[in-house]
Structure formats: C-alpha cells, structure tokens
Design a protein around this ligand. Structure first.
Ligand SMILES: *Cc1c(COP(=O)(O)O)cnc(C)c1O
Length: 243
C-alpha cells in the first residue's frame, strides 16, 4: 500500500529539516569545520513511516530507530527507498540476530556479551557490521560502558572482526547527562573526543566517528568534533508517547 503523506505535514518536515541543516552549517562555520564531515541522522522513533518518506523526498537519507520491532516494521514499509538505517537504542543480546546486517551502524554496543553475540550473528549473515561503543557519561544512566571498561571492550570488539565479516569498530557514542543549558554539555562532548583520541592512540587504530549531540545540544557537539549528530524533536516535533 502506498504511503500517503499529508502535504502540510510534508512541508513542515522539510522546513524543520532545512532549519536544522542551517543550524548545523552555522555551527560548522564557527568551528571551522567542513559541513560534509558531520552527518545528520534523523531519529524517527515513534514517528510514522509516512514522515520518514516525506523527509526522504526532502533529501534526508540517514534515519535512526531505538526499538528493534518498530525499526524492522518501518524498514519493511519503506523497502526500496534510499535510506541508511541506524540503530541507537539499548540492544538486548537476544535481539542481536534481528539487528545484524540490517543497520548501516549500530551506535549502542556496550558490553562484551552483546558484542560477541552481534559478531556471531553478523558472521552467520556474512556481513561486516559497523558499530560504535556507547560510553556511559553519567552515573544516573544505565546504558553505556563505564569508562574503566572501555579499553577492554574496544579490544574485544576489534578482535571480533574476521576479515570481511564480524564487527567493524568505527568510534564512540554518548548520551550526555541532561543539563539545564546546552553549553554545559560541551565538556562532556570534549571528554568523549579525548577518550576516543586516547583509545585510538593506545590501540593503534583509526576510530573516525563520534556520535554525539541531539536536539538540545547538537551545536555544542559539532564544535567539539561530532561526526554524527542524532536529531529527533527538532525535525519531527515532539514524540507521541507511544508508536
Ligand atoms: C531519541 C534519541 C535521540 C533524539 O533525541 P531528540 O532530543 O529528540 O533530538 C538521540 N539519540 C538517542 C539515542 C535517542 O534515543
């Protein structure tokens, strides 16, 4: 069945996307960065496939989901569209099979158990699954590996690449603690960049990507070196409570 997008909604989404892209361009200019080096991922969780299609028509290509079932349903609805799907939510080990090979990048690897299972499933599927390690930046958060365990996990993930299959470690991701103002997130982003630089040097591997920055703080993240920003609310508006 064809997806039908309300024209007014499609116009609104295209305008929101253009506004976010213009804010990104300004942040890049302030930071002296080439806008081509920052990828905008539109976080579409809880929003319908028709919204995604409207944004595809407005030129957006990267979309992220946080829940496996919801993501796979939308992939089916939008099959054939020129979309790069990202997975950014907490991932249970038992769902690794459904994720391996179906997302261009999994941002949320945070344990050895998950890494091993995702690698095994990627091998079974004959694919090299690109991943980021999610780092826990605040004690109130459950997701993410603690900084002390980051080097060990990174070594494990690197060992799970078997030629053209398994896992391919591309960098780090974080969800910083919620601050009252976006400027306060700056040091958290700077810290993630330093962790990445240290890890890259100690392990002798390139870790090109830093996935950080959302609606409230993506400009600060760009100024601190984000290569991927994950923006939901500024593009889609407030999320409905349930999908
Ligand atoms: C929902 C979500 C986002 C988007 O958040 P907004 O504040 O709506 O931009 C980004 N990253 C992750 C991991 C998310 O779950």
């Amino acid at each position: 069945m064809a997806l039908i997008t309300n024209t007014a909604r499609a116009k609104q989404l295209a305008a929101n996307l253009a506004a976010v892209r213009s804010r990104m361009a300004k942040a890049c200019a302030r930071a002296g960065r080439d806008p081509e080096t920052v990828r905008l991922v539109a976080v579409s969780k809880f929003h319908p496939a028709s919204d995604i299609l409207a944004l595809v028509e407005a030129g957006q290509r990267d979309f992220a989901e946080s829940y496996v079932q919801e993501a796979l349903l939308k992939q089916d609805e939008l099959v054939g569209q020129d979309i790069l799907w990202h997975f950014v939510g907490g991932l249970q080990t038992k769902k690794a099979r459904q994720v391996a090979g179906r997302f261009v990048l999994v941002h949320s690897v945070d344990s050895e158990k998950l890494a091993r299972e995702l690698a095994r499933r990627a091998e079974d599927a004959g694919v090299l699954q690109s991943v980021l390690i999610e780092v826990n930046m605040g004690e109130e958060q459950k997701a993410g590996v603690d900084e002390a365990d980051l080097p060990g996990l990174a070594e494990t993930v690197l060992s799970l690449r078997k030629g053209d299959v398994g896992l391919d470690l591309q960098g780090l991701m974080c969800l910083p603690p919620v601050f009252d103002s976006p400027e306060e997130a700056g040091p958290a982003f700077e810290y993630l960049r330093e962790l990445r630089d240290g890890l890259s040097a100690s392990l002798g591997v390139a870790l090109p990507h830093l996935s950080m920055g959302m609606t409230g703080d993506f400009e600060a993240a760009i100024e601190e070196g984000a290569t991927i920003i994950r923006v939901g609310t500024s593009i889609f508006g407030e999320r409905p409570r349930k999908p």
